[in-house]
Design a protein around this ligand. Structure first.
Ligand SMILES: Cc1cc2nc3c(=O)[nH]c(=O)nc-3n(C[C@H](O)[C@H](O)[C@H](O)COP(=O)(O)O)c2cc1C
Length: 167
């Protein structure tokens, strides 16, 4: 099935289709309104090398959304296979914002945003453009700094609605 009778596409069916595109998993982080904010995200995409840009797509209802528009800076922590629990935690609706980082060992970037310890890689970003896109915003950001994690272990991936690891 590709479309409903009225010509629109069924959003749930579409989610299943896109679930077949295996993706790496990251946690994006920022600090605003007196708290750390974080969100599990698989929409992190490299955009450009000159200048170096990446994008994330963020649900306008996510608490991270307004926080990152306020702070204009964020961190990306690319999750290792061993960080599956953190991926689940930062995708849990209703988790308390104050103290949500307590179970995630982290350091601070120079901008103050948290970067998860044990990530495969971390990237520090400054918001450059925000494009409204349906119920999400496409946030295009300049890459200010990045770091490779010390342990080049297996990656956490999301495929067909489930976490898996690679290799
Ligand atoms: C594997 C995975 C990837 C996700 N990717 C995104 C994403 O790219 N953008 C987004 O806005 N939400 C994404 N989500 C959903 C958010 O992590 C989730 O809705 C989160 O609870 C929102 O934060 P909040 O509860 O503080 O509003 C993803 C969830 C999972 C499990």
């Amino acid at each position: 099935m590709t479309a409903l009778d009225d010509g629109t596409v069924d959003a749930d069916a579409y989610r299943h289709v896109m679930g077949r595109l295996a993706k790496g998993v990251a946690v994006v982080t920022t600090t605003a309104f007196g708290h750390d904010h974080a969100l599990t995200a698989d929409s992190v995409t490299s955009v450009s090398l000159d200048p170096v840009l990446l994008l994330i797509c963020v649900d306008t209802d996510a608490r991270f959304h307004d926080a990152v528009l306020e702070s204009r800076v964020f961190g990306v922590s690319v999750l290792a296979a061993s960080q599956r629990g953190l991926a689940a935690w930062f995708a849990t609706p209703g988790r308390p914002v104050p103290g949500q980082m307590d179970r995630a060992p982290h350091t601070r970037a120079v901008t103050g945003v948290p970067l998860l310890t044990g990530a495969l890689a971390t990237v520090e970003c400054s918001v450059r453009d925000v494009h409204p896109a349906g119920d999400h915003s496409i946030i295009v950001a300049a890459v200010d700094r990045f770091s490779l994690g010390g342990d080049p272990g297996a990656a956490l991936v999301h495929f067909r609605g489930q976490y898996s690891t690679l290799p």
